[in-house]
Design a binder for this molecule. Structure first.
Ligand code: SF4
Ligand code: SF4
Length: 88
């Protein structure tokens, strides 16, 4: 999984969630959804660490679509599995 994530990072030349947009409401769902605890809320803003596998959970579960993967996800549909409970 980590290898695939590194491939994404290499291809995209960036990592997801370098910063949240102004749409962020500090709900913390991104931090709660990260399987690697790679996101911390600092003064109400998510801060990403260096342990991302690019699973895209934080991007897809943010209720405000405040996390982007560079320009690739801007305006794109977010998917949330109806059975997924973590981070909700
Ligand atoms: S899930 Fe979205 S709105 Fe909530 S804290 Fe994270 S970036 Fe902000
Ligand atoms: S993409 Fe996945 S591993 Fe990376 S910060 Fe978001 S939830 Fe965590």
């Amino acid at each position: 999984m980590r290898f695939i994530g590194l491939c994404f990072c290499f291809l995209e030349k960036q990592c997801c969630g370098e910063d949240a947009t102004d749409e962020c409401v500090s709900c913390g769902k991104c931090a709660a959804s990260c399987p690697l605890n790679n996101i911390k809320l600092v003064e109400g803003r998510p801060v990403w660490g260096d342990d991302c596998t690019h699973c895209m959970a934080c991007i897809n579960l943010c209720p405000k679509q405040a996390i982007e993967y560079g320009e690739k996800t801007v305006g794109k549909f977010r998917h949330k599995c109806p059975r997924y409970k973590a981070g909700t």
